[in-house]
Ligand binder design. Sequence first.
Ligand SMILES: [Cu+2]
Length: 193
Amino acid sequence: MSVAPPEQRIWWNEPIEKVELTWIVVAFLWGMFMFFFMIAWHFIGQQNLNNEAYRIAPSAYETKVEQFVQKTKVREEKGVPVVRPAPGSDVYLLGRLWQWWPILELEQGQSYRFHISSLDWQHGFSLQPININLSVHPGYEHVITLQPTQAGQFGIVCNEFCGIGHHTMTGKVYVVQKKAEGGQLRLAQEVKQ
Ligand SMILES: [Cu+2]
């Protein structure tokens, strides 16, 4: 490599070396391959979620979630409501400084319309340990069709740095099995044992 200027001032009219041309073609084809694989991963990688997004004012979304919680609340855990929406219905979750609210209790094998938005900054919804991730933006209501396939207790963390309390921004999702013989829904913890 030279730090001196090229010998020919009009260097770009020189013919391209064969090896260099080969590498340009290889890099170009690889770039194209990777570009189209972004689309391919959507179908074969099971990485990208099919979601819809609608514009909504944060305050309007907050009202929606509060109404949803009023209708579906079954109990509280440390002051946070736990909701158990009807199978097949709409489920709402909100992210704000610094919590995911409310706690959801869903039924295994049922399909839900899962709505999520933020009331303040951008947050990162990350469902653990199965690692489903989604960026959550204020002003946009994201809707995903979701079907829990596995019973248990799942944690939600925020994976988008959102300030001093970021590391405390957690939430919870319970997935319970269908009504047992006794007519009672069994809690995820019991099912796990
Ligand atoms: Cu956050």
